[in-house]
Ligand binder design. Structure first.
Ligand code: ADP
Ligand code: MG
Length: 398
């Protein structure tokens, strides 16, 4: 469904509340931001508000705040500093989440100014007000602004006071990042252009049962890899040695294989080792030749070829789940090979959902070869499951 966006509202002179996702990784000791991608991804929305003469009031969660001691290490102050550098402009940082200090700072904003207030989860210390969507808190934050923009896709699968709560009092529109996520991931879920090939993997079957079922429903082919492939191979009767396997999911895997009628494409070879270690001696084995003391840690070269062939002509590709233990260079070749095959497709919309899959594509140097890499790990997975995300549902329809 088409959602209202920031382009649909008047911003000049308005106090614009913006829920951003500034939940960035930080070094435990120095509190330096180790990856500012989420801040960078929010810049188009913030810059647009500045250019339109709005007053940007930004807020986000950062980590979990369960005890008083968590406050210092989860303060957004370093984020305000980084944002100021990226915008090349002053960012007013307000070290509280409510009260006179915040209200005065907002009152003093001029057109084009940017303010960031403290971690919304500071409110969790007092009865989980943010995370449990306390109605008083949502109403209070809503009272601080004239317009509400949600640009935090990464938290869209949660109904918190800072997204859903505010939206019950003030019309919510999407920012540019949220709009992009809905367009690409939502598009692939609701009306993908065919042929549609899904690449599914990752560690475990049990984490992704609904994703598998939903993708099997929508896609023309599902290429299975990663740790989960061994549960499927065992269900087909192969000996998988010490490979990752969930014996309590064998029946489920058998059922899916029957239902899939050939839509599920399974590997024909794998890279095996005797230990879960990059330096362990390894070899390529056909899937009917895995020894008792070996475990499969990647797909093999014939499987890369098989998957690359299956991708030819695809118009929509959704990738969730690395092909192997890509964190270890000796077991990253399968993931690289499939990245390469996707990168070379012409005229296809190619999307990555899932935290580790996004990390793999970035780490292996393929970040700019995909149409869209989702910024929301858990949110993108729930979207791919076909679930309604509360944060998206709360955005006004056009
Ligand atoms: P995502 O976060 O993209 O949804 P997952 O969390 O499901 O992906 O899976 C990613 C993890 O799966 C990676 O840490 C990777 O090392 C692991 N993995 C992939 N293949 C295997 C395998 N054959 N055996 C064990 N672990 C694997
Ligand atoms: Mg993961």
């Amino acid at each position: 469904m088409a959602k209202k966006t920031i382009r649909d509202v008047e911003l000049k002179g308005k106090k614009v509340l913006v829920r951003v996702d500034f939940n960035v990784p930080m070094d435990k000791k120095t509190r330096e931001i180790t990856d500012d991608n989420r801040i960078v991804q929010a810049l188009p929305t913030i810059q647009y508000i500045i250019d339109q003469g709005g007053k940007a009031i930004l807020f986000s969660h950062l980590g979990k705040v369960e005890k008083e001691e968590d406050k210092e290490k989860n303060s957004l102050r370093p984020v305000a500093k980084r944002l100021s550098e990226l915008l090349n402009k002053e960012v007013v940082f307000v070290p509280v989440t409510r009260g006179k200090e915040l209200e005065d700072a907002i009152y003093n904003l001029k057109e084009g100014d940017v303010l960031l207030f403290e971690n919304t989860r500071f409110e969790d210390l007092d009865g989980k007000k943010e995370s449990k969507n306390n109605p008083e808190l949502g109403a209070y934050w809503a009272s601080l602004g004239d317009v509400f923009v949600n640009d935090a896709f990464g938290t869209a699968h949660r109904a918190h006071a800072s997204n859903v709560g505010i939206a019950t009092h003030l019309e919510c529109v999407s920012g540019f990042l949220m709009e992009k996520e809905i367009k690409f991931i939502g598009g692939a879920v609701d009306n993908p252009v065919h042929p549609y090939v899904a690449i599914l993997g990752g560690a475990k079957v049990s984490d992704k049962i609904t994703v598998i079922e939903n993708l099997l429903d929508k896609a023309d082919k599902v290429l299975v890899g990663g740790g989960m492939m061994f549960t499927f191979l065992k269900a087909q009767g192969y000996n998988i040695g010490k490979s990752l396997c969930e014996d309590d999911r064998l029946e489920f895997a058998k059922g899916l294989l029957e239902k899939a009628q050939g839509k599920l494409v399974l590997p024909v070879d794998t890279v095996v080792a005797k230990e879960f270690n990059n330096n362990a001696p390894h070899r390529v084995a056909k899937i009917d030749d895995i020894k008792e003391d070996e475990m499969g840690l990647d797909i093999g070269p014939e499987t890369v070829k098989l998957f690359a062939d299956a991708l030819v002509g695809a118009k929509t590709v959704v990738w969730n789940g690395p092909r192997g233990v890509f964190e270890m260079p000796n077991f990253a070749k399968g993931t690289i090979g499939v990245c390469e095959a996707i990168a070379n497709l012409e005229g296809a919309v190619t999307i990555i959902g899932g935290g580790d899959s996004a990390a793999a594509a970035i780490q292996l140097g393929y970040a700019d070869r995909f149409t869209h890499i989702s910024t929301g790990g858990g949110a993108s997975l729930e979207f791919l499951e076909g679930k309604t995300l509360p944060g998206v549902a709360a955005i006004a329809d056009k």
